[in-house]
Write a protein that binds this ligand. Structure first.
Ligand code: M6R
Length: 359
């Protein structure tokens, strides 16, 4: 039931602070220690490489998970688009461990990879929002997102829940293998900050609505740019805009612009820079300025301690590894209001289904 909300998507965007609190309460004890099945931790500890598999937004959440897992566990991690990986005949490491990310747990592309994994008797974990879903039943372990039903075709709260749960898993495995960064990471405190930070962003709906009207409703194309973890959010932000507002959008690694794609910038093209990482902030800023000199209308989503006068959306400071949990929210809302202001059916975009059960 969407209550007083015009669309499920807006309700699901608003639920995200609470989803963070629920995940923290379910998987971290009062002292902040992870509560994860030790058998799962020991399987991952014994592996020499983690393979994350997903489609669409779940794939994008996997790109963030790789950064978290490598930083907190030291185990090399790869991320793959399910539909590609299923037929690539990859050369696997000696002791691989597979993580499947799927909101629905029913995505046929991801399942095809799992079928191959099971034929090889390799261990796997499914991170899903749906208990007893196909992927959950067929993999060795399951972790539930507990985000509540996600009805809107555009995935929002499942993305942030997946990223938060990947961080919890990374901390748990990291502590298990004795990683100091994992031990020092106050994830419980951070997730509390994330929840209040998300709330402050979703409370700025009027601003997102105005930005959608001023920059996106009449746009033919739009670009999100960033580096590292901000690049991963850029492609998720662009997918949201494409899928529900039909504006042609792409996420670019900002350093790649000058290697070709900057040719696409026309007078008035909206370009949004995502800037949350201290070591690359200045570089992304100068790449954003380069698009402005070619006529782009530039906007920015910037973490508070990196912010400068004139930034469009200043988001609260949280650990850099968790920054996607906040930087994605303005993008979700921009996509929502662009779709709404164009008079489209936000929850049921053309040509798409919520659960993709064919390959
Ligand atoms: O249920 P899943 O997480 O496996 O679904 C994967 C994709 O189909 C899904 O994330 C899709 O990209 C969304 N519509 C994006 O908003």
């Amino acid at each position: 039931d969407k209550g007083t909300y015009p669309y499920y998507m807006l309700k699901e965007i608003d639920e995200q602070p609470n989803v963070m609190r629920k995940l923290s309460a379910r998987y971290l004890d009062l002292d902040g220690n992870p509560m994860i099945d030790p058998k799962l931790l020991s399987e991952i500890k014994d592996s020499d490489r983690i393979y994350i598999v997903g489609a669409g937004t779940s794939y994008h959440a996997g790109l963030v998970g790789k950064i978290q897992l490598e930083k907190l566990t030291g185990i090399p991690t790869e991320v793959h688009v399910a539909s590609e990986f299923a037929y690539e005949h990859p050369i696997l490491s000696k002791k691989p461990f597979f993580i499947f990310l799927s909101q629905s747990g029913e995505t046929a592309d991801s399942r095809q990879v799992l079928v191959n994994v099971n034929k090889k008797n390799l261990p796997s974990l499914t991170v899903t929002n749906v208990a007893n879903s196909t992927l959950s039943r067929e993999s060795t372990f399951t972790l539930l997102l507990d985000a509540g039903p996600e009805i809107s075709v555009a995935s929002t709260k499942a993305y942030t829940a997946q990223i938060a749960l990947e961080a919890i898993l990374a901390k748990a495995v990291g502590e298990y293998v004795g990683n100091q960064a994992a031990k020092d990471f106050d994830l419980k405190g951070q997730l509390a900050l994330v929840a209040t930070g998300m709330q402050s962003i979703v409370d700025e709906k009027a601003k997102m609505d105005q930005v959608a009207k001023d920059y996106f409703v009449d746009a033919k194309q739009a670009f999100y740019i960033g580096r590292g973890i901000d690049y991963t959010v850029s492609i998720e932000a662009a997918l949201k805009l494409k899928e529900i507002s039909y504006v042609h959008a792409e996420g670019f690694a900002s350093g790649e612009l000058k290697h070709g794609t900057i040719a696409l910038i026309e007078e008035g093209t909206p370009v949004i820079g995502i800037i949350t990482q201290a070591d690359t902030a200045a570089l992304t800023r100068s790449n954003l300025a380069e698009t402005a000199t070619r006529g782009a209308k530039t906007l920015s989503i910037v973490r508070k301690s990196l912010a400068k006068p004139g930034d469009t959306f200043v988001i609260p400071d949280v650990d850099e590894m968790l920054s996607p949990l906040l930087s994605v929210i303005p993008a979700q809302l921009i996509a929502y209001y662009t779709s709404l202001n164009k008079g489209l059916n936000v929850d049921l975009p053309r040509n798409l289904a919520k659960s993709v059960t064919v390959e």
